[in-house]
Design a protein around this ligand. Structure first.
Ligand SMILES: Cc1ncc(COP(=O)(O)O)c(C=O)c1O
Length: 394
């Protein structure tokens, strides 16, 4: 029988996750501490979940308080923490209605159902996405995901779906028609390599949305919740989505997601026509209320923008020093990518040896999703270590 955790994991679990070899014991602020006593600076941010770092006192207090009241009530009951969070999100975003889910992919599924039901009266059925997009792992969300490595061997997918070339206005014009029901996009593609939707593309998309009346669905699961310095990433490019999905940071580390809808879709779902057992869990919603207070009232959204700008400016300086290694620096706020001209994983591994966690996506993109509370001096430390690693690669 295996003894080490990593071997037990390989024995017991379906082989879906490549786990890191490090075993984490505890976390605090922007630091992770391993069982063997090493400290790591976290630019990984639980893949955009730990937006406020670890051990945020407001989140912890909210969770503790709610645990003592009740951990679960079914959605037959009115739940005050759910309603409080709904009010905070609706007030901050201007959307008309909300539905809480457990995860990002479940929110995307619900958004597809909302669009489908809305489309019944119009006869519109085509669902569009962008090349390189990622919207989740369940069958509907995967049908809207354009990552061949995640789709392979899972067909057949939802019918009448198609992909528009990323930031390609001609492709957009060619694919959209009167039969387009919905267009789903990430304002900044996370998994796809921190690709930022251009203003030109967004303007054309808005014009076509007005002309054809399809539903624009923004997947803000990674870019939302203040990460880019504005509540939603799409606010930077002037989009006005009809439906927005959020998850990751909203639950402060507990599983929570949501679908938001405007006037156009506000009355589409009738009673019993969509549902969930755990979605909107009261403890997760209590944590969510604390997250909203920190982001909106306590200024952490602004802080995310400012620290992100700082990291980006330092990464751009690094690019000037290593023009043959760094191809591009992309992103906004605390959602940044450095594309290099070689495999990114060895750089990520070396940074981990040096006590800094980042992530590599799309093979060559060093992705940074730091907590909004990341101090400047630790960003400098990351850049200094990257400088030293790139020097050794020259
Ligand atoms: C943009 C985007 N959409 C959807 C998802 C799926 O969310 P979840 O893993 O919570 O199902 C993710 C997760 O990484 C994501 O980044």
């Amino acid at each position: 029988m295996a003894e080490k955790l990593i071997d037990k994991e390989a024995d017991f679990f379906f082989h879906t996750f490549h786990r890191l070899a490090v075993e984490i014991d505890r976390c605090d602020g922007v630091y992770l501490y391993s069982k063997d006593g090493k400290q790591y600076i976290d630019f990984f941010g639980g893949l955009a979940v730990n937006a406020l770092g670890y051990n945020n006192p407001r989140i912890n207090a909210a969770i503790e308080k709610q645990v003592r009241r009740y951990i679960h009530l079914s959605n037959y009951f009115l739940q005050d923490t759910q309603i409080e969070l709904a009010e905070k999100i609706i007030k901050a975003t201007g959307y008309k209605r909300i539905f809480f889910s457990n995860s990002g992919t479940e929110a995307v599924e619900g958004a597809i159902k909302l669009a489908r039901k809305w489309g019944q009266k119009t006869g519109k059925t085509q669902l569009l996405n962008l090349t390189n997009s990622f919207h989740g792992r369940t069958m509907g969300a995967l049908s809207m995901t354009d990552r061949p490595q995640y789709r392979k061997d899972y067909d057949p997918f939802l019918p009448n779906t198609d992909s528009v070339q990323f930031n390609n206005v001609d492709s957009l014009k060619a694919k959209i028609s009167e039969s387009t029901l919905g267009f789903i996009l990430e304002s900044i593609q996370g998994e796809g390599g921190i690709n930022v939707v251009s203003r030109e593309f967004a303007d054309e998309l808005s014009a076509l949305q007005k002309k054809h009346g399809f539903l624009l669905i923004a997947d803000e699961i990674q870019a939302g919740m203040g990460r880019t310095g504005k509540f939603f990433g799409f606010e930077h490019i002037g989009l006005q989505p009809d439906i927005v999905v959020i998850a990751k940071a909203v639950g402060g580390g507990l599983p929570l997601g949501a679908i938001l809808g405007n006037e156009k879709v506000a009355d589409v779902f009738g009673y019993g026509e969509h549902g969930t057992t755990f979605g909107g869990n009261p403890v997760a919603c209590a944590a969510g209320c604390a997250v909203m207070d920190e982001i909106v009232e306590n200024g952490l959204m602004k802080q995310a923008g400012a620290i992100g700008d700082y990291i980006k400016s330092k990464a751009l300086e690094l690019q000037k020093e290593f023009p043959s290694i760094i191809k591009e620096v992309r992103g906004r706020g605390c959602m940044l990518g450095i594309e290099i001209d070689k495999e990114g994983q060895p750089v990520v591994d070396e940074l981990m040896n040096r006590g800094i966690m980042i992530n590599c996506t799309n093979k060559t993109v060093l992705r940074m999703l730091p907590p909004y509370i990341m101090p400047q001096k630790l960003c400098d430390q990351l850049m200094n270590e990257l400088r030293s690693i790139f020097k050794s690669m020259k």
